[in-house]
Design a protein around this ligand. Structure first.
Ligand SMILES: NC(=O)CC[C@H](N)C(=O)O
Length: 453
């Protein structure tokens, strides 16, 4: 920090933190200062490149079992507002930041981030060169890590981290799912919020949502699309879901290794073809597993708010919010159907081939018939979305609810509503118009007024 900024911030210095260390299983050790709870935390080290939204990240249940590094250098500067939380309590194991701001300034802030984390017993470290750490993780991959405020000995930390449990193979969805069904309602923000979303419409669809660690904003997105949502535990038998005669089933995001969540995907296999299904992130992986696909562990995952994805059906690019460490191997869903894949017979590993070719390829899946690749990540050519052509079902690997992140992909909630209406063109939506319609100013044409004022 420059001398001038130091002077500007004089009187806002932080309570002196105890020394702390972050050690990675490959031997890299970073030293810094404790800035939340004291103790030791084990988890998979990963990084999120969002410029804001640290509270939504900290409370996203999909981060269970992980230590998150925020790449934005100052974290905590606008405090914590419980209305933005994605679940009742933080799910991440630990947080790594360059600089923890302990004197937040924002009219909505109720608490500082470091105090919020401390109250929830989350260990955090600041003063780490997060650029060096992120480069290290990008080069050497996601791995086990420990943050300690109790032990600074490199040897001892490495021994502990190497003895800790890996995230691979762990069913963490079971640890963050609800234990009994609940219904979800939303509270509309007051008129004084100039950019508030439009009020939720009256429910038209009865939706059962598998809760593998669902984010609150995803449930809000479903309610705003006209769904009456009942969440059920991650391993609820398909028969019990079908007994409720829902118009649709939703599969939520969630933490950990998708291979280990057989309790969900074995049920999804029984639901596909019987009821319209929509899945997000872990929910997408559950659909893929139900169709017999292979899932790969990505080297360091996608976590942030600026991941470009092309919708191959519309050829529009969406800037998306992402948070995942595993991904579908599209070729494992089945052989290509050349007539529906521009005449191509051979699979490509880098799916940007289809972006260049201008084709949304289709495979023949043994269990569920034809499946189309609908979305591709433009950064690394991985699969980001699929649509089943012979049964009513589709899913995306990224996060249309954003929170934090851009809302380009909000249209996918509308698409689910259209799927439940039985529309064949359910995915072919003008995404800009859909996005505007979701906001109070958009609904009333006040957007133009505001722009002209
Ligand atoms: N946000 C999610 O649902 C993440 C899914 C899964 N745990 C992954 O890391 O790939």
């Amino acid at each position: 920090m420059s001398k001038i900024s130091q002077q500007l911030l004089s009187g806002t210095s932080k309570a002196a933190g105890a020394p702390a260390a972050l050690a990675l299983e490959d031997g890299a050790v970073f030293y810094g200062t404790a800035c939340a709870a004291a103790g030791e935390a084990f988890g998979e080290i990963c990084f999120n490149t969002s410029l804001e939204g640290y509270l939504e990240v900290a409370t996203d249940p999909s981060y269970a079992g992980q230590i998150i590094t925020m790449t934005y250098p100052q974290i905590g500067n606008y405090g914590v507002n419980p209305e933005d939380a994605q679940s009742a309590a933080p799910a991440l194991r630990g947080l790594v930041v360059r600089d923890m701001c302990t004197t937040p300034s924002n009219w909505r802030s109720k608490l500082s981030l470091h105090e919020f984390l401390r109250q929830h017993n989350v260990v955090a470290i600041e003063g780490v060169d997060t650029r060096a750490l992120v480069r290290h993780v990008r080069d050497h991959g996601a791995q086990r890590a420990i943050i300690s405020t109790l032990d600074l000995s490199k040897e001892s930390l490495l021994a502990k981290v190497r003895a800790s449990e890996s995230l691979v193979g762990q069913n963490l969805a079971a640890t963050v799912s609800c234990s009994k069904p609940f219904t979800h309602g939303i509270v509309d923000l007051p008129e004084s919020h100039a950019f508030a979303q439009a009020p939720a419409p009256a429910p038209r669809f009865k939706v059962v949502a598998y809760d593998c660690g669902v984010k609150r904003s995803i449930l809000d997105g479903l309610v705003r699309a006209g769904c009456d949502v009942t969440c059920v535990p991650w391993d609820t038998p398909a028969e019990r879901v079908l007994q409720q005669a829902p118009d649709g089933v939703f599969l939520s995001n969630g933490p950990g290794d998708p291979e280990a969540v057989e309790g969900t995907y074995s049920q999804v296999e029984k639901l596909l073809g019987k009821v319209p299904v929509f899945g997000i992130c872990l929910g997408h992986q559950m659909m893929c597993k139900a169709a017999g696909a292979d899932i790969e562990k990505l080297k360091f995952g996608h976590r942030g708010g600026n991941h470009p994805v092309m919708n191959l059906r519309t050829r529009r690019v969406e800037i998306t919010a992402q948070n995942h460490g595993f991904g579908l191997l599209f070729p494992s869903l089945g052989p290509l159907v050349p007539e529906l894949s521009g005449g191509f017979k051979g699979h490509e590993d880098d799916l940007r081939f289809w972006v260049r070719a201008g084709i949304a390829p289709v495979v023949q899946n043994e269990r569920f018939g034809r499946i189309q690749l609908t979305h591709v990540n433009l950064n690394d050519g991985t699969a980001e979305g699929i649509a089943f052509l012979d049964i009513p079902a589709f899913s995306v690997q990224y996060h249309p609810e954003a929170n934090p992140g851009p809302t380009d992909a909000h249209y996918l909630f509308t698409a689910f509503a259209r799927l439940m209406e039985g529309r064949e063109d359910y995915l072919d939506i003008d995404i800009a118009a859909d996005r505007l319609a979701g906001w109070k100013f958009g609904a009333e044409g006040a957007c133009e007024e505001a722009c002209n004022a």
